[in-house]
Design a protein around this ligand. Structure first.
Ligand code: TRP
Length: 73
């Protein structure tokens, strides 16, 4: 399986303490990474062999190949 450019996304925190939670790929879907972002911090990430889904908790702007999403809307 390839994880190309379309697997990338950007998260910009709009408040302190935004949680970016990485979920495992495969049969079991578990939390494997918790990244905390403060206001204005940006995380550039991708989907990988280990990460199939991401959960964002808190006020943030998320840029994906499908468009921009604001968690507070
Ligand atoms: N070690 C993780 C991986 O290679 C790092 C990671 C990649 C990650 N993308 C992520 C963590 C998205 C949280 C959210 O899959």
């Amino acid at each position: 399986m390839s994880y190309d450019q379309n697997g990338f996304f950007v998260i910009k925190a709009k408040e302190n303490g935004v949680n970016v939670i990485g979920l495992t790929r495969g049969q079991d879907t578990k939390f494997h990474h918790l990244e905390k972002l403060d206001k204005g911090e940006v995380m550039i990430a991708e989907f990988t062999e280990h990460t199939s889904a991401v959960k964002v908790r808190g006020k943030a702007e998320i840029l994906t190949p499908f468009g921009k999403i604001d968690t507070d809307e």
